[in-house]
Design a protein around this ligand. Structure first.
Ligand code: B12
Ligand code: SF4
Ligand code: SF4
Length: 244
């Protein structure tokens, strides 16, 4: 078994095996009532949901398997990734977790605080280019689903690992950004506007990739292939052209 196919959830892997098979290989189970208020607010729970559901299940992918599974299944609809994930979650809840009440909040209508959940799970450390990083899989992961359920799955302890950025002396990501948008002693925080203005230029080298993200050596074994990188960044370019 290579590291890509290993489940990364802590505790028994069995309940997540069907998701792992589709490359949805990151999972964290939280008790809903122990989540910080600022995270719960983004879930916009009504009274009925608060009493019906006990757990929040965060599902993500790291590495390439998810993209391969999506290609095997075929890209359908306006949001092929979300559609695929929604089908996987429904099949999973109808399989090993059959009989439990559940509700998928992401993908969905509201903006759930995904990076905040990732921080709680131990998947996210802040990087100078805004996308989260983790020492095993670098920045090559994303959040794919958030499910509320009346399940009794074992709660997932926080994955404890140091931020790879703390021991990264040369910080090649900062040097690789052609716009000077990254968080540094000079700029302070990551400069969203600077990045987006650069990406929108017709001669930009960042329309279908982030040179800073590509320059980070951490988690190289999990790096997406070029087609997946291009898909995500061209997709985000569409959002940037529409909203920024
Ligand atoms: C809006 C949005 C964008 C906007 C702009 C974001 C902004 N700052 O306004 C645009 C379209 C530009 C964008 C682009 C991208 N995005 Co985006 N985006 C989002 C989205 C939908 C909402 C973010 C939000 O406002 N959340 C609301 C608050 C309440 O949630 P939160 O998690 O608590 O937010 C905290 C963090 O975002 C954090 N934060 C915000 N800015 C920064 C900056 C730094 C340096 C740090 C450390 C933290 C931080 O502070 C917030 C409050 O605690 C999220 C998905 C989501 N639902 O969260 C994805 C998300 C953040 N994006 C993601 C990604 C990967 C990208 C892209 C790389 C493209 C892509 N899809 O591959 C690009 C990268 C940016 C770039 N160089 O262009 C991933 C990040 C995964 C990860 N490993 O961390 C997310 C989580 C989507 C996902 N399904 O996984 N994105
Ligand atoms: S290159 Fe270094 S500083 Fe930049 S994200 Fe990677 S580990 Fe962090
Ligand atoms: S997309 Fe380009 S401009 Fe934006 S942070 Fe990455 S390297 Fe810099």
């Amino acid at each position: 078994m290579n590291s890509e196919s290993q489940p990364s959830s802590i505790g028994p892997a069995t309940p997540f095996a069907d998701l792992d098979a589709q490359g949805l290989n990151l999972h964290a189970v939280f008790a809903l009532d122990t989540l910080p208020d600022e995270v719960r607010e983004t879930l916009a729970l009504g009274d009925a949901e608060r009493t019906r559901y006990r757990q929040l299940i965060l599902v993500g992918h790291r590495g390439r398997r998810f993209w391969t599974a999506l290609q095997e299944r075929g890209m359908h609809g306006a949001h092929p990734m979300d559609q695929f994930v929604t089908e996987c979650i429904a099949a999973w809840m109808d399989g090993p977790l059959h009989g439990h009440a559940w509700h998928q909040v992401f993908p969905g209508q509201q903006t759930v605080g995904l990076q905040s959940l990732g921080r709680l799970a131990g998947w996210h450390h802040p990087s100078p280019f805004w996308v989260g990083v983790q020492q095993d899989w670098g920045s090559w992961f994303a959040y794919r689903a958030v499910v509320l359920a009346d399940t009794d799955l074992p709660l997932t302890p926080r994955l404890e690992s140091p931020s790879p950025c703390d021991s990264c002396r040369d910080k090649p990501c900062i040097q690789a950004c052609p716009a000077g948008a990254l968080a540094s002693e000079l700029t302070g925080a990551w400069q969203l506007r600077t990045c987006l203005d650069y990406r929108k230029q017709s001669n930009s080298t960042c329309q279908d990739r982030c040179l800073a993200r590509n320059a980070c050596p951490v988690g190289a074994a999990h790096r997406y292939d070029d087609a997946q990188i291009s898909y995500h960044y061209l997709h985000s370019m569409q959002a940037i052209r529409s909203y920024y």
